[in-house]
Write a new protein. Sequence first.
Length: 386
Amino acid sequence: MKFETRAIHVGQEPDPLTGAVMPPIYATSTFAQTRPGETLGYDYTRSGNPNFTRLARTLASLEGGEHATVFASGMAAITAVISTLRSGDLVLAEENVYGCTFRIFAQVFEKFGVRVQYVDFAEPSSYSSVADAEPALVWLESPTNPMLKILDIAAISAEASRSGIPVLVDNTFASPYFQRPLALGATLSLSSTTKYVNGHSDCLGGVVVTNDAGWQDKMIFAQKAVGLNPSPFDTWLVGRGVKTLAIRMRRHHDNALAIAQRLEDCAAIRWVRHPFLASHPQVELARRQMDGGSGIVTFEFEADLETTRDFVSGLSLFALAESLGGIESLVDHPASMTHASIPRAEREKVGISDGLVRLSVGIEALEDLLADLEAGLGRAGLGSLS
Ligand SMILES: *Cc1c(COP(=O)(O)O)cnc(C)c1O
């Protein structure tokens, strides 16, 4: 079955009891047992619920994996993976990871003795550090946020697997429609389903998908032992949202690429990034590894902090908000919003300057989005699109 069909049918079967075409929401904390210790498959929602089982089947299928575990948020999924490490273990991580991933390592897990070393995994010369550092885990994210750097998942995974080191890929930005890390050799594909997978900005969720039964046992254990489970209602929402993932992603990609191309002509903009833009330094790799470039566009104004803040505050269709991946367009000023938790020096090292703007391009009509950007540029005194 094709991706579009699996999104609508795997884990999405009618309710066997009543025939309800839309599955019920199992809003229950506990399940009656037939005899002590004998259950119909579930005992307590922290360790499992039919809504989790359904969504896990859908997402495992879309990521091309055997097993999936769903969590309360992307950060809960990240916590589950890190909770498997021991004091003294080293994580070798991409230096441009998601801001809250950086923060959870620095402010939560490093004090339990988990060590993290950051490298620029876009540089092939960094691959040798995988064998040299002997990490317990390699932590990748591609495309990265907000610079949209592309990491060669297949090459890094091949290097790590020679030393038996597991590789995690945060696949949130691409979504399984555009990128399937397990097929590229990764051990774990993690996503914040809050973003593209759900796509409607109405709940939070996370998932870890793997073909490794040992890792799956650890994820199920973390879900119940650490209390990282989602709510039945939220998993039901994600199960509803994901049905349209394919059609949404194609539209996100088309709108974002067209906007990126137009922004490139704007005199007040230094550079524009989108993975499939011809000027992206790794466009070849992006086209090889991904089936589309997704809906995020990042660019840098030749302007000071105040002018940049005027622009992002003055748009009307692009809501000024954190997060991304919903059907509605959003604009973010990383230096003062999503990436404010990263110390300035670290932030600037990876290119997050005061003039940097990130768009999460939605699925509205392209003409309307372009008109909003054009008006916003004019209002902030930044010229026009052409
Ligand atoms: C949003 C995000 C997360 C965290 O997910 P939440 O659902 O907000 O907890 C992790 N990684 C990336 C790349 C994200 O964009």
